[in-house]
Write a protein that binds this ligand. Structure first.
Ligand code: PMP
Length: 404
């Protein structure tokens, strides 16, 4: 019998099967629960042994405060934090590491808010425009609107231009953006991979649409660790991400700033004790991911998403959200980076989430923290990482078909 997702995607993955099995075996929580399928990595990712070991080693050999103290543990901790900054630059393929800034944060939400509070007001003058993606994650909407309100109280008017979308795909409408953006468009907030639609938002086309002078701030929460993210190729000014979604501990994350457009990025005020354990875990996770190869991770998770989407499209009871066109794994426009979101015609998404857990699948079923221009109704989101398998996707499709 043909597998629910069809044989083609299995062929796409044949050369990666051993690679994937070897990596999956390094996730203790998964090997301890072979009957459960964790398909909620867009919410948070599981941790490989290398990250758990790095944390344990740090805490049992070196733990001290960073940037304070002169004894060896303190010096070593300070050095680890600085090495982690370089690790972030290396992971992002930073072509000019001596000119960029890496600022550690508690995650994407805190990182975007730091750019908004500590940097954006100095860029903007009365009458300037900023582009806000109202159908993306709320973490990438609210900070920019707060800046608008804050500046308005001081008598500076900033115009918010809503990012245009192609409703059928969830991608940005790059043509409409080019028409919208003008010389006063100083700042554009974008998302690399959409957390509901899974779409790669084609950031190089955003740069073409807004021209060479606008600052682009990239929310990379869903792309870091899932695909190569190279600032040598992406002409963006900020890259903001969370550690917990890229296999590190919660409460870690970073803002990378290019420092070429607008004022320098120097997050203000007294910086308290950093989350040294989180930073150590982040460096270990990025090492591990570089070793695994983010290009292969992208191939794997994109093929899983394509397999799931193709299977769902054959089931009448389900509507896949944000992708009515072809979802072939090799389509450059419609690539889904491991995230597929759908609804059942009759079963409310919240109920479907409970039913799926009952059958051994952990998925997310709600509104996914999407902004006001997003989906009106709740939906079920399946999100894969490199540890998920073809068998898990096929088992899920079989269960979904039974419910149909
Ligand atoms: N942006 C996107 C695209 C996300 O998916 C998320 C997390 N779901 C965030 C921002 C917020 O990340 P965090 O909760 O780690 O701050």
């Amino acid at each position: 019998m043909t597998a629910p997702g069809g044989p083609r995607h299995r062929d796409d993955l044949r050369d990666l099967t051993d690679w994937q099995a070897g990596l999956r075996a390094q996730f203790p929580i998964l090997t301890a629960h072979p009957d459960l399928a964790y398909l909620d990595s867009a919410a948070t990712a599981q941790k490989p042994r290398a990250v758990l070991d790095a944390v344990r080693t740090y805490l049992t050999t070196t733990n001290a405060n960073a940037g304070r103290g002169t004894y060896p543990w303190a010096n070593r901790t300070t050095a680890l934090v600085e090495q982690a900054r370089d690790r972030v630059r290396g992971f992002l393929r930073d072509p000019a590491p001596q000119r960029s800034v890496v600022h550690f944060t508690g995650g994407t939400t805190e990182g975007l808010r730091t750019v908004a509070r500590d940097w954006l007001p100095a860029l903007l003058c009365d009458g300037d425009e900023i582009v806000v993606p109202h159908a993306d994650h709320r973490a990438n909407i609210e900070p920019w609107l707060e800046v608008q309100r804050h500046l308005a109280r001081q008598g500076t008017r900033i115009h918010v231009l809503p990012m245009p979308y192609q409703r059928s795909s969830g991608d940005y409408d790059h043509h409409a953006l080019a028409e919208l953006a003008g010389p006063r468009t100083r700042f554009v907030a974008v998302t690399h991979v959409h957390h509901v639609y899974g779409a790669d938002m084609n950031i190089h086309r955003v740069r073409r649409a807004v021209g060479p002078d606008a600052v682009i701030c990239l929310d990379a929460a869903q792309s870091i660790g899932h695909m190569p993210v190279s600032v040598a190729e992406l002409d963006v000014d900020f890259v903001v991400f969370s550690g917990h979604k890229c296999l590190a501990l919660p409460g870690s994350g970073a803002v990378w700033a290019r420092q070429e457009r607008g004022p320098g990025f120097a997050p203000g005020g007294w910086q308290g004790t950093p989350n040294t354990v989180g930073i150590v875990s982040l460096a270990a996770a990025l090492d591990w991911l570089d070793g695994a190869g983010t290009d292969r991770v992208a191939r794997w998770t994109t093929a899983l998403a394509a397999r799931l989407t193709d299977g769902l499209r054959r089931l009448d009871a389900y509507e896949v959200i944000g992708c009515r066109a072809s979802l072939a794994a090799d389509s450059p426009v419609q690539r889904r980076q491991g995230i597929v979101t759908f609804r059942h015609r009759d079963i409310p998404s919240g109920d479907l989430g409970f039913v799926l857990y009952d059958r051994g699948f952990m998925v997310r079923s709600d509104h996914h923290c999407q902004g006001g221009e997003g989906e009106l109704d709740a939906s079920v989101r399946v999100s894969a990482h490199l540890y998920n398998t073809v068998e898990e996707i096929d088992r899920l499709l079989t269960v979904l078909a039974d419910l149909g």
